[in-house]
Structure formats: structure tokens, C-alpha cells
Design a protein around this ligand. Structure first.
Ligand SMILES: *[C@@H]1O[C@H](CO)[C@@H](O)[C@H](O)[C@H]1NC(C)=O
Ligand SMILES: *[C@@H]1O[C@H](CO)[C@@H](O)[C@H](O)[C@H]1NC(C)=O
Ligand SMILES: *[C@@H]1O[C@H](CO)[C@@H](O)[C@H](O)[C@H]1NC(C)=O
Ligand SMILES: *[C@@H]1O[C@H](CO)[C@@H](O)[C@H](O)[C@H]1NC(C)=O
Ligand SMILES: *[C@@H]1O[C@H](CO)[C@@H](O)[C@H](O)[C@H]1NC(C)=O
Ligand SMILES: *[C@@H]1O[C@H](CO)[C@@H](O)[C@H](O)[C@H]1NC(C)=O
Ligand SMILES: *[C@@H]1O[C@H](CO)[C@@H](O)[C@H](O)[C@H]1NC(C)=O
Ligand SMILES: *[C@@H]1O[C@H](CO)[C@@H](O)[C@H](O)[C@H]1NC(C)=O
Ligand SMILES: *[C@@H]1O[C@H](CO)[C@@H](O)[C@H](O)[C@H]1NC(C)=O
Ligand SMILES: *[C@@H]1O[C@H](CO)[C@@H](O)[C@H](O)[C@H]1NC(C)=O
Ligand SMILES: *[C@@H]1O[C@H](CO)[C@@H](O)[C@H](O)[C@H]1NC(C)=O
Ligand SMILES: *[C@@H]1O[C@H](CO)[C@@H](O)[C@H](O)[C@H]1NC(C)=O
Length: 760
């Protein structure tokens, strides 16, 4: 899968196509295949324009419809946009069962914005790529102030034949038969069919279920919210398995007439909480039920189970356009915030972008090459999020907005005299350490992955359906909200990827539908051990929000005899100057393929100084004349000895070493190379130990006398930083020898996809 940068080790792809293709999924706003429709507009002479956005590579995009027959290939240069317009003969009409599904297939990733309209009845939506379409939806339509207008939704099938089951809310007509509230009926949909359903009743809550992924679009043929005239609104719906449980909403325009959000639940007993600066509200929603809420300022919405939130701009008046019309957009869940978007604005509209970003300012976000502070903007902050609105003028153009790391959502919209359009953009989902969606922890001997119970619920899986490559290794409940699965590095199908110089343990979590070969969940886990680390008294790993930290338990044991069978644990270790020290480095892992190699060791009388040093090992080559290697039959252990010495005028000795960890599958490697005297890289001779006694100082410890050993183990199951194990052995002539602690840093790869089963 394509990486986003060398330091980004963590990918979370929630959205998946069929099993086996998970790597090509992950984006909510771009893809290579789309299926869309031209919903009936109030103005039946309206046109449909497809705005195609290309990215780094030029794209050849084919657009086709079965009936009326249409086929066109559009070439889009790299980093550009193209527009293809379809006339009103492709518009769905009434309760039509048609072959008017519009297929868009590209050889490269593109984004597709659909604009339906002609003067005064525009709306637009972001076409959701085929790979994230689902099999369960709930329709949303609006009756606000216009109870008799026509509400509608449409289903398009881009697959092979599927069976669709509708459970009606309100009333609708299919193939000449009228169905009433709560009635359920099924029908077959052939490939490339598009069916539109209309009603003068509110259809919100109508459930669409199908045996394969379909696309569902909903809205009103026309909605009238005074003072505006009849206006078309449309949006492509998120399938239930894309729903989420945390949303932050800000008003898109500053105006008197409040906009409203609609919250839809797919599960009984969904507790929805809404918080604004004016107070908090809670409501319990049942399956298929919904609630509306006026948005007068920043609004935080969360729920105990995934919900869908749509936003209706009710129109209004602005000096520059007098009055403008309503439009409908999805609210982008917090989980789909991303750091990079390309979008288009529409010619002859007053275009705006609203950015919703975490924190109290959108600092660092770059719009068309300039920081947001270069633009005239309005902003507001609520609940740790900031909304920034920027006017983008009246031209139809391509824009790029990005931030190196912060994830945000954007809403693009425009108003004109008695018209408007709007669409949102969110994108790939990422794991964060916050554990929003699940988290990977790489331990010394195993990886542990936790995921929220509702992620299983919505995939209709139980805990025991979740397993590793070895199907006998199952997930287990952790508590009410979380389940976990443990992938030991030496079992459950864990394999070691052979990358030179790296040890990567790989396993995959599957959520398998009971008694089928169908995977509804697929999460690839990778724990990468970095293979070379400094042994020092402290370790402050570099970390950012995608990089987890972990380590092996590595022990450094002092023995008092060359048989290495008598580790000594007590302090201080009293020994005569010029006696022999027997040292053993050991990687504490059950993986017998792991090899350990001490590349550099120096000794210093104090960690805070760097002028006095003595080299024991450099580039794997012994430098001390008394140094002796001992053969170890276990590559996870390394043994050597040298004679005790002291620095003139100093009573302590610290040893600082750099060890390399390898795996035999990547042989030849640094561990098998041994001494490399000519290596040009700097050895410890020229570097300053990273120890920072003031920060790390818990020692030197004072130990009871007469004891002869030293054993230190650095460890933590949780990837502790700033870990420090001081140890001091008192050498006879007043020498204090303080030794080491080892932390090996691990980088974690995480790769998760979740989605639909493969058609068999
Ligand atoms: C499209 O993007 C996805 C990542 O979002 C990538 O895995 C895939 O290879 C891309 N497809 C093409 C044709 O470039
Ligand atoms: C497209 O844009 C990207 C990023 O701005 C740039 O690196 C790339 O060179 C551009 N490609 C072309 C063909 O202009
Ligand atoms: C609609 O009804 C007709 C006749 O009852 C039937 O032949 C046809 O298959 C139906 N269409 C669909 C899509 O179910
Ligand atoms: C919500 O806003 C509409 C106007 O958009 C207004 O008519 C209605 O009274 C508001 N409802 C509440 C509860 O404030
Ligand atoms: C939700 O509750 C209703 C009424 O209590 C019940 O008829 C329905 O089957 C429940 N739905 C689910 C999915 O449990
Ligand atoms: C929703 O957010 C409120 C704080 O605004 C919090 O107290 C509550 O626990 C959250 N509920 C859920 C289900 O996350
Ligand atoms: C946001 O608004 C505040 C006050 O209204 C202003 O001080 C600040 O500069 C604004 N930030 C941006 C990025 O426009
Ligand atoms: C690492 O060492 C600590 C302390 O000795 C021990 O509690 C822990 O179980 C060890 N971890 C493993 C995986 O061996
Ligand atoms: C060990 O520390 C030195 C000095 O800080 C640094 O140059 C070197 O890259 C470190 N080695 C590793 C493997 O981090
Ligand atoms: C140190 O030990 C070596 C070998 O064991 C011996 O030759 C040497 O004389 C000793 N030096 C002192 C100062 O004891
Ligand atoms: C390592 O292997 C030993 C013996 O084979 C076993 O007792 C121990 O539990 C294993 N450790 C882990 C973490 O799997
Ligand atoms: C592992 O990779 C190394 C270097 O790329 C190669 O020489 C070796 O044959 C590989 N081992 C296996 C088992 O694939």
C-alpha cells in the first residue's frame, strides 16, 4: 500500500472493498469507480455536471449509462479538473425503474463532485467511491415548512444482480403498488439499474437493505423554506457501516434563520447527546428514528452507537444575493477528518469553504499555497474545535487545502440569487493513540489489538467471529465497550516479514460472518522492531501521534564466573581492580531467530561529561586488550568479558553501549557481519552518551556491601519513555560501576480495513 511518508507507520483503512483488495481502499473522497444518479430536479430541464478532480497522475475516465445509451471517455491532466455534462434525458423521473445509473470508471484515483441543476435549483454532492458503498441505509428527506413538496430517494446498483428490501417510513410506490408505513417488501435490482421513489410524505427512516453494495441518494425534489422558492436538495447517503459516533457541527453561514441537523439512528437504544454553549440535551433514539436540532452555534454531538448526521442549510438572505436557497450536506464525523483535500468551486456562485479543525486556531493549514491567516476569515471555536470560513470568490476553480499533520473536515458551498449548492469532504480514517477506533500495542512477545464493541455490532459479528490467521485464536471481551485479540509472535499464524535489517511480525485479524467464508472485518497488524538502539542510561524515544513505542525486555547481566551460570543480583558489587567482569546481553524473546550484537561500548566516569572516555567495543571490534568474547549457542545472547579499570581521579565508571537486534531471516545482516573496522559511520568514540543525569538520575543507587552482582532489566509492557534503571556496583578501589539499560524501540505498522464481503 502506498505510504504517505517515511515516518507514518500507521494506516487505518476503515473502508474497504472486497476482501483481498483492501489495499486499494481507504479513501472516502477518491477512488477509481463510482456509480451515481441524476435525481429528479424541480427544473426538469436541469443538467447534471460531473466535476472530475485528478491528482498527481493524469486520468482517463470513462462515463457510461445503459439507457439512454451513453459512453464517453474524458482525459484529465494531472492536478486538474474536467467537467462532463449530461442533459435532462438522464434525469430520473417519478417512481421510475430505470437503467439510468451513471457509471464512472477511471484508471487513476479521482474525486467526483456531482452538480445537479440549472439556474436556481442547484445542489451538489460528493460521489462516494464504489469501494465504500454498503448494504444498509436509512433515507433522509425534509418536510420543513413544505409538507407537500415531493420527497425522494434513489437506489443505484453497480454490481451484479442484488435483492433489495425496503422497510417504508411514510408511504411510497414501487412498480405500481403503494406501500405504507412500516411495510416491508423486496425486489431484484439488475446491474446498472437506478430506481427512484417519490412521496409527498416524509420518507426519513425508510430502511434500504440489499444483498450487495448499492448507492443510495436522497433529498427533496424541491423544498420550500420561506423566503426562498422551490429548490432541489440532494446528498449521497453514507451506508450504516460508515456511520460514526462523534460529530462537531458549526453553522455554515451567519444568518438569522437557523439551519438544522437531522440525526438518524440505526439501532434501538441509541443515546444521543448534544452540547452547545446554551446547554446540553439527550435523547434516546430507536432504530430508524430521527431527531432534528437547530444549529445556532458550535454543536457537539455524540452517541452510544453510530448515527448519521445531515445538515440542511435553510437558505436565507445576504446583501450580495438578496435571498438564497437551501442545500443539504452530510456532516463529516470526527473520525473522517483528514489532512489533505482537493476541491472545486462553482462558477457564478459566491463560493465559501468552512474548515473544521481541532484546537483553537487553524494554524498551519495551507489553502492554495497560503496560510489561512492570509485570507479574510471568520472563525468560531467550540468544544476544542475551530470553524474557519473563507470566501473564495465567484469563479469555478480547483483548490488545494492541507496541513502536514492536523486532520480537519471541509464544507464547500456557494450561494447565488435564489440558489445554492454544498458538499462536504472527509477522508481516510486514521488511528490515533486516543483509542477512538481501536489501538494496537506491540508488546515484547505479542501484539494486542483492541477494538470497540460497536464496530463488531455494526458488522453483525460477535466476539468469537473475530480471529487471527489461525482461526483458533479468537478475540475476547475486555469490558462492555471493547474487545481485544492477542497475537503472540510465536503462534496464531504470526509470520516474520523478511526485510533487510528489520524484524516485522505480521498477522491479520478477520471478522468472519458465521458459517461463511466471508470476512466483514480485516485488520492487518504489523509490529516492526527497530534493529539498532543505543544502550544508555535513559532513552527518550521520538514519538508523534502515529508512532507507538515499545521495546523488548533486554537484560544485561553481570556474572562472576566465565561459566555465565552465576548471575549476581546484589549490590554493590565489590571487586578488585583488574579483576574480570563477565557480561551478558540478552534479548528476552521467544523468537529464536532474533540475534543480538553489541556494536559499540564505551566507558565514562560520568554521563554528564564527554572528555574522558574509554572505548571497549567500536563498530563491533574489541578495542580493549583484555576484551574476550565467549561463544554463545543462543544468538539472543552475547557474552564477553574485560578487566575492571578506573579513571584516574574518578570513583565511578559508566558503560554505555549500542546494540543491534537482527533476525536470521534477513541474514546476512549487521549481527552476522561482526567487526567492521573500516566502517565510516561514527562509533561511540565520537559520540556523547545521551544520558542526562539530571533528568534520569535516580541513582547511583547505594547497595549493601559485600555483594557481587548486577542485573538490570529495562522493561515495560506499555512502552514507557524516559525509563531509567540506574545501577551501581561498587568496585573495590572506590570505583562505582554503573551499567546500562536497554530499550529497543519498535515502530508499529497498523493496517486496518473493514468493509463488505466479497461477492462469491
Ligand atoms: C488509489 O488510492 C489508494 C489509496 O487511497 C491506493 O491504494 C490505490 O493504489 C490508488 N489507485 C490507483 C489506481 O492509483
Ligand atoms: C501535481 O502536484 C503535485 C503536488 O503539488 C506535484 O508534486 C506534481 O509534480 C504535480 N504533477 C504535475 C504533472 O504537474
Ligand atoms: C414490475 O411488475 C411487473 C408486472 O407485475 C413485473 O413483470 C416486473 O418484473 C416488475 N418489476 C420489478 C423491477 O420488479
Ligand atoms: C428552528 O429554526 C427554525 C427556523 O429555521 C424556527 O422556525 C424554529 O422555531 C427553530 N426551532 C427551535 C426549537 O428553535
Ligand atoms: C427495536 O425495537 C422495536 C420496538 O421495540 C422492535 O420492534 C425492533 O425489532 C427493534 N429493532 C432491533 C433492530 O432490535
Ligand atoms: C458525550 O459527550 C459528553 C460530554 O459532552 C460525555 O459526558 C458523554 O459521556 C459522551 N457520551 C458518549 C456516548 O460518548
Ligand atoms: C479568528 O478570530 C479571532 C477573533 O475573531 C482572530 O483574532 C483570529 O486572528 C482569527 N484567526 C484566523 C485564523 O482568522
Ligand atoms: C519484562 O520484564 C518485567 C520485569 O522483569 C516482567 O514483569 C515482564 O513480564 C517481562 N515481559 C516479558 C514479556 O517478558
Ligand atoms: C546512538 O547515539 C548517537 C549519539 O546520540 C547517535 O548518533 C546514534 O545515531 C545513536 N544510535 C542509534 C541506533 O540510535
Ligand atoms: C592485571 O591483570 C593482568 C592479567 O591478569 C596482569 O598481567 C597484570 O599484571 C595485572 N595488573 C595489575 C596492576 O594488577
Ligand atoms: C516463552 O516460552 C516459554 C517456554 O517455551 C513459555 O513458558 C513462555 O510462556 C513463553 N513466553 C511467551 C511470552 O510466550
Ligand atoms: C531475506 O532477505 C535477505 C536479504 O534481502 C536474503 O538474502 C535472504 O535470502 C532472505 N531470506 C529469506 C528466507 O527469504
Amino acid at each position: 500500500m502506498a505510504g504517505r511518508g517515511a515516518t507514518e507507520y500507521l494506516y487505518f483503512l476503515l473502508l474497504s472493498s472486497v476482501i483481498g483488495c483492501y489495499a486499494s481502499s481507504g479513501s472516502l473522497s477518491s477512488g477509481v469507480k463510482f456509480i451515481t444518479v441524476f435525481l429528479q430536479n424541480y427544473d426538469t430541464s436541469a443538467a447534471l455536471s460531473l466535476h472530475i478532480i485528478s491528482y498527481q497522475r493524469p486520468a482517463t475516465v470513462s462515463v457510461s449509462v445503459s439507457m439512454p445509451e451513453f459512453s464517453r471517455s474524458v482525459f484529465v491532466n494531472a492536478n486538474s479538473t474536467a467537467v462532463l455534462t449530461l442533459d435532462s434525458s438522464f434525469m430520473l423521473s417519478g417512481n421510475e425503474i430505470s437503467k439510468k445509473a451513471i457509471r464512472v470508471v477511471s484508471n487513476e484515483n479521482i474525486s467526483l463532485i456531482i452538480l445537479n441543476g440549472r439556474s436556481k435549483t442547484y445542489d451538489s454532492f460528493l460521489s462516494l467511491p464504489f469501494h465504500i458503498l454498503g448494504t444498509k441505509y436509512y433515507v433522509v428527506t425534509y418536510t420543513v415548512d413544505s409538507p407537500y413538496n415531493i420527497k425522494q430517494f434513489a437506489i443505484a446498483n453497480g454490481n451484479e444482480r442484488v435483492v433489495v428490501t425496503l422497510r417504508v417510513a411514510g408511504s411510497l410506490i414501487f412498480n405500481g403498488t403503494q406501500y405504507f408505513d412500516k411495510e416491508e417488501f423486496s425486489f431484484r435490482m439488475e446491474p446498472n439499474q437506478a430506481i427512484q421513489f417519490q412521496s409527498n410524505q416524509d420518507l426519513t427512516g425508510t430502511k434500504v437493505k440489499s444483498t450487495g453494495p448499492v448507492a443510495v441518494f436522497s433529498g427533496d425534489q424541491c423544498i420550500t423554506v420561506p423566503p426562498s422558492n422551490c429548490d432541489h436538495i440532494a446528498e449521497q447517503l453514507y451506508p450504516v457501516d460508515m456511520w460514526s459516533d462523534r460529530f462537531i457541527v458549526f453553522p455554515l453561514m451567519m444568518k438569522v434563520k437557523e439551519d438544522l441537523i437531522t440525526i438518524v439512528s440505526a439501532y434501538n437504544g441509541t443515546a444521543v447527546s448534544i452540547r452547545t454553549s446554551k446547554g446540553s440535551w439527550s435523547r434516546l433514539l430507536g432504530e430508524g428514528s430521527h431527531m432534528n436540532f437547530n444549529v445556532s452555534g458550535g454543536t457537539y454531538v455524540n452517541s452510544t452507537q453510530p448515527i448519521m448526521v445531515t445538515y440542511l442549510s435553510t437558505g436565507g438572505s445576504m446583501p450580495m444575493v438578496s435571498s438564497f436557497d437551501p442545500f443539504l450536506v452530510n456532516v463529516i464525523p470526527r473520525a473522517y477528518f483528514s489532512s489533505h483535500y482537493v476541491f472545486v468551486t462553482i462558477e457564478n456562485m459566491h463560493n465559501y469553504i468552512l474548515l473544521v479543525s481541532p484546537g483553537t486556531s487553524p494554524s498551519g493549514i495551507i489553502l492554495d499555497g497560503r496560510p489561512l491567516s492570509d485570507y479574510r476569515s471568520e472563525n468560531s471555536t467550540f468544544s476544542h474545535y475551530t470553524a474557519t470560513r473563507i470566501y473564495l470568490g465567484e469563479t469555478g476553480s480547483r483548490h488545494v487545502v492541507h496541513h502536514p499533520s492536523t486532520h480537519f473536515a471541509i464544507y464547500i458551498y456557494g450561494i447565488g440569487r435564489a440558489e445554492s449548492y454544498g458538499y462536504p469532504m472527509g477522508n481516510k480514517q486514521f488511528f490515533t493513540n486516543e483509542g477512538d477506533w481501536g489501538a494496537l500495542t506491540c508488546l515484547t512477545q505479542a501484539a494486542i489489538f483492541t477494538l470497540p464493541t460497536w464496530a463488531l455490532t455494526r458488522a453483525a459479528l460477535s466476539t468469537s467471529d473475530v480471529h487471527l490467521v489461525d482461526p483458533t485464536c479468537h478475540a475476547e471481551p475486555k469490558d462492555e465497550d471493547w474487545v481485544f485479540i492477542r497475537a503472540p509472535f510465536d503462534g496464531c499464524g504470526t509470520t516474520i516479514v523478511n526485510e533487510t535489517g528489520k524484524i516485522v511480525y505480521v498477522n491479520t485479524i478477520y471478522g468472519t460472518a458465521p458459517r461463511t467464508p466471508i470476512h466483514r472485518l480485516k485488520i492487518k497488524l504489523m509490529c516492526e522492531m527497530s534493529t539498532t538502539e543505543n544502550i544508555t542510561l535513559g532513552f527518550v524515544p521520538h514519538s508523534n501521534y502515529v508512532l507507538h513505542q515499545g521495546h523488548y525486555n533486554i537484560s544485561f547481566t553481570l556474572h562472576n564466573s566465565p561459566s555465565f551460570d552465576s548471575p549476581v543480583f546484589d549490590f554493590p558489587y565489590k571487586t578488585a581492580l583488574n579483576r574480570t567482569l563477565y557480561l551478558e546481553m540478552e534479548a528476552d524473546t521467544n523468537d529464536s531467530g532474533v540475534q543480538i550484537f553489541t556494536e559499540n561500548c564505551i566507558s565514562v566516569p560520568a554521563l554528564s561529561q564527554n572528555h574522558l572516555r574509554y572505548t571497549i567495543i567500536e563498530n563491533g571490534c574489541p578495542k580493549d586488550s583484555t576484551f574476550k568474547y565467549f561463544l554463545s549457542h543462543d544468538p539472543r545472547k552475547e557474552r564477553f568479558s574485560f578487566h575492571v579499570f578506573k579513571f584516574e581521579g574518578h570513583s565511578q565508571v559508566f558503560i554505555v553501549c549500542e546494540v543491534v537486534i537482527c533476525h536470521r531471516t534477513s541474514s546476512p545482516n549487521r549481527c552476522t557481519q561482526g567487526c567492521l573496522p573500516s566502517r565510516s559511520r561514527r562509533g561511540l568514540n565520537t559520540w556523547v552518551p545521551r544520558g542526562e543525569p539530571s533528568r534520569l538520575a535516580q541513582g547511583p543507587l547505594v547497595f549493601p556491601s559485600n555483594l557481587e552482582g548486577l542485573r538490570l532489566t529495562m522493561n515495560s509492557e506499555k512502552g514507557v519513555r524516559n525509563y531509567y534503571v540506574p545501577a551501581v556496583a561498587l568496585l573495590s578501589v572506590g570505583c562505582v560501576m554503573s551499567v546500562l539499560a536497554v530499550i529497543l524501540q519498535r515502530k508499529y505498522y497498523l493496517h486496518l480495513s473493514q468493509g463488505h464481503s466479497a461477492p462469491k
